[in-house]
Design a protein around this ligand. Structure first.
Ligand code: ATP
Length: 370
């Protein structure tokens, strides 16, 4: 079992020490992972880390070079794609242009042994699920991009697969529609109970839709956790940096009481104070990861915060609901501090080149080994 596997959950999919080589290139490197029944699981990672290779092995387009993949407790090696209870929805949707929405959804069912009446009932059910009943007679070019996406989803779910693989399912939609469709996708996943595995380049999307997220790098899994777990408790600088915005403060640590450490850092005369349940030894190098919204900014030295450092405002990014300040410290490092613009701005209290204090509590960040 991997450290993040929950022995109480029933895995629908198990990767056991799976390696995939292309020639002498290792695309997936001794990877173990469980994906549970009825969960919405996301694979995240930079281009080339092996996400698509994982999906292709699940779908049956590739076989592992070593290790095994189980679906519902059975090794799926050698089972052809069309014999697996797995379906893959591609970004291009691959709808048949000359067939109606109804016929597109029915297409895969007609090749099975269902009766005409059962096929019709199933198509109607899928149309209802994806709110496409009104559009049943139209051809793909007579409906919107969002509706086409729903036809592709309805078609992928028509045969009631145990597992649906979604490769950039919303990639063709514009931002607003994409956000609305994310919620639809979550609703449909929940009402069908089908296990969904999604690959997306949009980290916010993965964090929105998925119940758990795996962060990958070079064919390996670095961390698997809930979106909140990944964001609030990353296990490495790599994960902290991959998801959202983060400040990394590196230095050497020294114990300062139970679960408390001092961090020596060039930008500050006094050592910083950081809480950590992960143990460190004196003199060990460590990295404190702090999200910009956990850092306060003020013109006066704060009295109640454990860590306060002086700096100069380099830039301010006004984002409407938020403002992000870039503050340069002695030694040159730039720290990002973000505040919510909850009150209407009548005047800018902090502006460029102001001398300011940035501050945070001992529990605001996560102390990391690597
Ligand atoms: P992206 O986000 O860009 O789609 P990815 O994480 O999905 O990337 P994969 O497509 O799984 O990455 O590829 C992983 C690595 O394996 C890449 O370095 C890729 O070049 C390599 N690779 C994938 N398929 C083959 C193949 N058929 N032959 C040789 N190398 C391959």
């Amino acid at each position: 079992f991997a450290p993040w596997d929950d022995p109480n959950e029933k895995p629908l999919i198990r990767f056991e020490n799976v390696t995939k080589r292309f020639g002498d290139f290792v695309a997936i490197d001794d990877l173990s992972l469980s994906i549970y029944e009825s969960e919405f699981f996301a694979l995240l990672g930079p281009s080339g880390c092996g996400k698509t290779t994982m999906m292709r092995m699940l779908a049956g387009f590739e076989n592992p070079s070593a290790g095994k993949i189980e679906l519902a407790g059975k090794n799926i090696a050698g089972i052809p794609p069309n014999k697996r209870a797995v379906n893959m929805m591609f970004q291009s949707y691959a709808l048949f242009p000359h067939l109606s929405v109804w016929e597109n959804i029915a297409f895969g069912l007609k090749r099975g042994d269902m009766s005409k009446a059962d096929i019709a009932a199933r198509v109607e059910e899928m149309l209802k699920l994806t709110r496409l009943t009104k559009f049943a007679k139209r051809k793909p070019h007579q409906i919107s991009g969002g509706q086409r996406q729903r036809v592709a989803l309805a078609r992928s779910l028509a045969k009631a697969p145990k597992l649906l693989l979604l490769d950039e399912p919303l990639g063709a939609l514009d931002k607003k529609l994409r956000q609305d469709t994310q919620f639809e996708l979550m609703d449909i996943q929940e009402s069908t109970g089908t296990t969904f595995v999604i690959v997306t380049h949009d980290q916010e999307e993965a964090m929105t839709v998925a119940s758990r997220v795996a962060v990958m790098d070079e064919g390996q899994i670095i961390q698997v956790a809930t979106p909140g777990g990944i964001y609030e408790a990353p296990n490495s600088v790599y994960v902290a940096d991959f998801i959202g915005d983060v400040n990394i403060i590196s230095g050497t640590v020294k114990a300062a009481g139970e679960n408390m450490y001092h961090l020596d850092w060039v930008a500050n005369e006094a050592p910083l104070l950081a809480a950590s349940e992960r143990p460190f030894s004196d003199g060990q190098e460590a990295h404190l990861a702090i999200r910009p919204e956990k850092i306060a900014i003020s013109t006066e030295k704060p009295t109640e915060m454990k860590n306060a450092v002086q700096g100069t405002v380099l830039d301010i990014a006004y984002l409407g609901n938020l403002s992000t300040y870039h503050v340069q410290l002695a030694g040159g490092q730039v720290i990002k501090a973000q505040t919510a613009n909850t009150r209407r701005l009548s005047r800018r209290t902090i502006t460029w080149e102001d001398k300011v204090w940035i501050s945070w509590s001992a529990t605001a960040g996560v102390l990391l080994e690597r």
